[in-house]
Design a protein around this ligand. Sequence first.
Ligand SMILES: [Zn+2]
Length: 263
Amino acid sequence: MDIIFYVIVFVLGLCFGSFVNMLVYRTALRYNLTKSQFLISNDKKKRSFCDYCGKQLKWYENVPVISWLVLKGKTKCCHKKLPISYPIVELLMGVIFVVFYFVGAYGNTPVQLILGFLIVVLLAFSAVFDWKYMILPDFSTIILIIIAFLGVIFDESNIIPYLLSVLISAGFLLILNLITKGKGMGMGDVKFALFMGLFLGYPKIIIAFYVAFIVGAIYGIILMIFKKAKKKSQVPFGPFLILGTIIAWWWGEKIVELIKLRL
Ligand SMILES: [Zn+2]
């Protein structure tokens, strides 16, 4: 019955996926993690341009997924190869938006719904950026912490459990950071754990970490089997923390109930 709503949410997700791709690319430029052959002038910053030659893109070159397919993964202006991660991120965002809308892991007010979608977009940005560059950018983590903090202040009568879960989550990752001398766990992960603790609270924070470590370990084992992790190649942990956060956020209460029934 609400099929039309889901289609709208899916298309919205595709568009925000495209936005995430652009934000990742421009943040990487700002951090000097990737080079651009051209200088971005101020007026170009506002509109989409080609990653390679800086030419302004026409609207039909910038339609999520479809443009990539029609142009066979190459730029129209200079025929350079565009990463396959572009349409993948767009499609994933479409699906994630629909699932988020379906699960309804937000409050009853439109403000909560919009903040929920904002959190989803920021999490996706952080995950993609960490996956590509092994950095969880501070600015997105800070915005997430502020939103989570406001959420706790406005929604909860007792913030002590949240402060405790912050201490546990950030403290735990900080200890791992110190033990591995920053190699296994970066400070970006520790800061992100501040957000997780504040946003999820106890006991959902436990579920988030459980999922992150299990899935991260499975991924590490798969890499080793395919011998991709031969050299001391590092695996970013941010995407797994973010996956754990999303699962604990959307299904945490149900999982906690299930565990209680079993006990
Ligand atoms: Zn070009």
